[in-house]
Every structure is written in C-alpha cells, then in structure tokens.
Design a protein around this ligand. Structure first.
Ligand SMILES: N[C@@H](CCC[C@H](N)C(=O)O)C(=O)O
Length: 327
C-alpha cells in the first residue's frame, strides 16, 4: 500500500518529496525515514502536524535513519515524539528500525549496531519480523535518570497535589516512573499520567508506567508516554516495568509483558546486566510527502553496493558528523 500526503497548507513554498514508511510495534506506531539518501530538515511544529491523527499521517514517534558518527556502528537512530521533542530511546521503534534498514536494503546484517543519543544498542533480527534488542543496563542512580532524590531507593514516595504515590524510577536511556496498580483497566492513567510526566521530580519529564503483577512471569502494563500520551505499547516502558518489578522482588528474570497492543518478552538477570526485549514488528504502508522548501542538498543517487565484509551498504559506513536531518 502506498500514498502521498499533502502537507502544503501550512507551507509557503514547496520542496522535494520525502519517502517514508509507516510501521508499528504492537500498535506503537511510527513514521520511519531514510535520511541517508534523503537528508531533510523538519521543524518541531511540522513534526506535530505530521503526527496529527486527523490532519496528518498520524504516529506516536518519528524515527530517522542516519549515517553513524562512530566507528564499528552501522547507523545512527534518532527519535522524535509526536510533540516534536527529540528523545534518547524507543524500544518498539528500535525493532522497527532493524526491520526497516533490512527491508530498504541499507544492510543485510542480522545483528545491527545502532548509535542512539544515549549510547550504542544492538538489534538482532529473527524470523517472521521478530527482533530482539539489547536495551543496555538500566540506570538507577537518581541524578542520571534524572529524578530528584537524595539517595537511590527501589521505591520513592512522590507528592502529587494532596495525594501521595509510590513509584520506582528507572532510566532505559529515557526516564521512566513505574507505579504498581491492582488492575490496569481501572488505573488512573489519564489523571496521574500527565501530572507525573511533568512532575518537578522528573526534570526531563518522564514516561509513566502502570504495572499490574499477574504472577512472577506475567504482568499487564499501560504507559503514558512523555511527549506522546498513552500509547498501545511502550518497549522501553516494558523494560523499566520489569526492572521495577524485579527490584521489588515480585518478578522472575524472564517476564511476559501484556500491553494494549500485544505481548513483549523481557529478560533481566539483575543489577549490572542489560535488559533484553523480544517482540514483533509490522510495516503498514509506504508513502511520500512534500517537504518545505528549505532543505539541505540531496546526495547524488548511486547504486547501493553491499560491503561483503560488514554487510552494511558502503555509503553508510562513512562516519559523518553532524546529523543530516535537523528537525
Ligand atoms: N514508544 C517508545 C518510547 C518513545 C520515547 C518516549 N515517549 C520518551 O519520551 O522517552 C518505546 O517503545 O520505548
């Protein structure tokens, strides 16, 4: 399926066309763009317009594929929330990213190393669209999350305008607060989500997870995402929730996380170990949209040559600084 979006009503003059792919991981949906062959510039207000589900394409996050800026890394991965803010991590997006770079034949590797704003993550492509992501070691030290606290604890008490809530604070590259609830279906996601997202104890804002323990290997989870609102699934939120549940002694090392959009398998062996996330990816349609006129020059089109040694397109292996897309 393919389509063309005309976003020209908000534009004075018209620029080149941009190819994109609409994808999702358990209903957490993305617009994914190859900015290696199509360097582009989008301002935050344009991202907000494109993300709009009535007036735009509609997505939770925009994912941008760029050339890496480090040696021994295949790509750089940039993530923008639907409010236009650039963020450090997106777990469901990372799986879709892996599928996208293979579908677009930007690489034929099955293990792909990707530079994010918070370090390098490794993506492993499996069968039938399944991808496993090494999401790195969770950060629990309050200033690094960032979360305001005088010392590290597994559970913090937070004042919320007259109420008090208990939450765990975890960074998976991006900040998360995780609350335990009896039943996700009746959890106050719409009320507490935005208030905790913007709580002064999370100076960079946060994603807020509502975690129901079913048993030691099975949980249910809803996540109110920073900059996007409640989504059908949040991969980094699922990782943070399992870390929080393990820290409280409630979970085993391998847990099925049931989200509105489906199920992820999360594994964590404990302090100092990376969190592994396994789940599906889906490609929905390809489209084109016309960019505003103020775009960086396009590179000359050339045939893609697969590098026999690395498996990644040679063009991509040049370590270019700085970023080619500047939303
Ligand atoms: N949907 C994501 C997380 C996207 C970023 C998040 N909203 C943030 O601001 O940190 C996931 O699957 O992890």
């Amino acid at each position: 399926m393919s389509g063309e979006a005309d976003m020209s009503q908000s534009r004075r003059s018209q620029g080149p066309m941009l190819n994109f792919t609409k994808m999702h991981g358990l209903g957490n949906d993305f617009m994914v763009v190859d900015a290696i062959s199509q360097p582009f510039r989008l301002r935050p207000e344009m991202i907000r317009e494109l993300a709009d589900r009535n007036f735009g394409i509609g997505f939770d996050q925009l994912l941008v594929v760029e050339p890496p800026g480090l040696p021994d890394v295949d790509f750089r991965y940039r993530i923008f929330n639907s409010d236009g803010s650039e963020v450090e991590q997106c777990g469901n997006g990372a799986r879709c990213f892996a599928r996208f770079v293979r579908d677009q034949r930007l690489t034929n590797k099955k293990v792909i190393r990707v530079q994010t704003a918070k370090g390098v993550i490794e993506l492993r492509v499996g069968r039938a669209g399944m991808v496993t992501v090494d999401m790195g070691v969770p950060e629990l030290n309050p200033p690094a999350i960032p979360f305001a606290a005088d010392r590290r604890k597994d559970v913090y008490t937070v004042e919320l305008g007259g109420d008090t809530v208990e939450l765990s604070a975890v960074s998976m590259g991006n900040p998360h607060g995780v609350l335990l609830v009896d039943d996700v279906d009746t959890a106050p996601v719409g009320e507490y989500g935005p208030r905790l997202e913007n709580h002064p104890r999370f100076p960079a804002r946060a994603n807020i997870g509502f975690l129901q323990i079913v048993d030691r290997t099975h949980v249910r989870l809803r996540v109110f995402e920073r900059g996007s609102g409640e989504t059908m699934a949040c991969g980094s939120g699922a990782c943070a929730a399992v870390v929080a549940g393990c820290l409280r002694g409630l979970l085993d090392n391998r847990v099925d996380v049931e989200l509105k959009g489906g199920r992820l398998v999360i594994e964590w062996q404990g302090e100092g170990a990376p969190v592994m996330m396994e789940g599906p990816t889906a490609s929905v349609f390809e489209g084109q949209l016309r960019l505003p006129a103020d775009q960086p020059p396009r590179r000359r089109k050339s045939t893609r040559h697969s590098d026999a040694k690395s498996g990644t397109n040679r063009q991509n292996n040049r370590h270019r600084q700085p970023a080619t897309s500047r939303p």
